[in-house]
Design a protein around this ligand. Structure first.
Ligand code: G3P
Length: 222
């Protein structure tokens, strides 16, 4: 399973990259705004910095337009920035057309704001590289985000669709584990949900005891 980090924060991207487990980065307009990145040139430079930090990893950059022509214009400009840019496109009618357009041109895409199996099927039909079902936002409204990942897995496997399931809006470690059990191709999560995976109290107490025993035996043989 690939690990993407879902942030536009450069320090957090660096930390995940330093850990050696990072395969890519996803951003969206809300995450860019959270970092105070505004203005076309700043946005472009920020994407370039992310691509440099996450060397070789896919970096999703979202279009703001909601009409086909606008998405094509923006997406082509984003894709021209760096070979690792993936054009992120919302699951709307013109978005589906744009997915097909970019797919035919060999430009990678990530279809975002996916909340149903039907939407995921359409994204695959349109040739999306990644589909982003939002797990946490479904859970937020008492629906079952993990079940959606399961449904999409079955549908894609039935027909051998190559679109990768990128579980998004992943909020915590259990989401990551459940997505891995189902066979999501990718998860994108905040840094804490990734680093949270390494924590276990028995690891900490076990290590403490190993080190204490080592110190004792060193003293005995000193
Ligand atoms: O990748 C999509 C993600 O940024 C949405 O996450 O936590 O805002 O639902 P969240």
């Amino acid at each position: 399973m690939k690990f993407f980090i879902d942030t536009a924060n450069l320090d957090q991207i660096r930390e995940a990259q330093d850990l050696g487990v990072l395969d890519g980065v996803t951003t969206n307009p809300s995450l860019m705004a959270k970092e105070g990145i505004t203005g076309d040139e700043n946005v472009r430079n920020h994407y370039l910095e992310i691509c440099t930090i996450c060397d070789g990893g896919d970096v999703s950059a979202e279009v703001i337009s909601t009409d086909f022509e606008g998405m094509v214009r923006e997406g082509e400009a984003l894709a021209a920035l760096h070979p690792n840019i993936v054009v992120k496109i919302p699951m709307i009618k013109d978005g589906v057309k744009a997915l097909r357009y970019f797919s035919d041109k060999g430009i990678k895409t990530n279809c975002t704001l996916v909340f149903s199996p039907g939407q995921a099927l359409l994204a695959a039909k349109a040739g999306a590289t990644y589909v982003s079902p939002f797990v946490g936002r479904l859970d937020d409204i008492s629906a079952d985000g993990i079940q959606l990942i399961q449904q999409i897995r079955v549908i894609y496997d039935n027909y051998g669709y190559e679109t990768e399931i990128l579980a998004a809006s992943v909020r915590h470690t259990m989401h990551v584990i459940q997505c891995a059990e189902i066979g999501a191709d990718v998860i994108t999560a905040p840094l804490e949900a990734i680093t949270g995976l390494l924590k276990h109290p028995l690891t900490d107490s076990g290590l403490e005891k190993f080190l204490a025993d080592h110190r004792k035996s060193q003293q005995m043989h000193a």
